[in-house]
Design a protein around this ligand. Structure first.
Ligand code: ZN
Length: 162
């Protein structure tokens, strides 16, 4: 594997691919390598727990479970910096924007993936985790505020009752 722009590293959701050099917008990053299989075969493998299936179109998919396929380490993001494109019958991952060294390289796995695998447990991409953290912080402030109001009213009520 010549000219690598990335390394495999630990991300929030397991292993991920991280840029080691800055990557320009539209630059080639990696090819999603693997055996081409029919959609029916892909569904069977998925039911048995295969995790690296890439749907090319309604008829074909790529089983990218081989370790040679470094693209399988690319994680999903709802705010991705790369995207897969079909080029001469192969799926290649290209940069959507400039990617700086140290940034995790991600792409959007698509609506179907999102519905089946993510929505149940909550998406774990950085964009969604930040959104949840912000919402949690806001809820905490709201709770604190409500409690403050209730306790001051309560003491007043007790005083008037006496
Ligand atoms: Zn997300």
């Amino acid at each position: 594997m010549a000219s690598r722009f990335f390394r495999i590293g630990r991300s929030a959701t397991g292993l991920g691919l991280f840029a080691t050099k800055s990557i320009k917008r539209a630059d080639y990053i990696a090819t999603y390598r693997g055996r081409r299989i029919s959609t029916e075969e892909s569904d069977r493998r998925e039911a048995r727990g295969a995790r690296y299936l890439f749907a090319v179109n309604s008829r074909w998919a790529i089983d990218g479970s081989s370790r040679r396929n470094v693209a399988r380490y690319l994680n999903h993001s709802c705010r991705p910096n790369a995207k897969p494109v079909l080029r001469k019958g192969r799926i290649v991952i290209v940069a959507l924007r400039r990617i700086e060294p140290g940034e995790e390289i991600t792409y959007d796995y698509g609506q179907e993936y999102f519905e089946y695998f993510i929505q149940s447990g909550g998406c774990r991409c950085a964009a969604c985790r930040n959104k949840r953290a912000r919402r949690r912080a806001k809820r905490k402030t709201a709770r604190r505020y409500r409690r403050a109001v209730v306790s001051s009213c309560g003491s007043r009520a007790r005083r008037t009752a006496r």
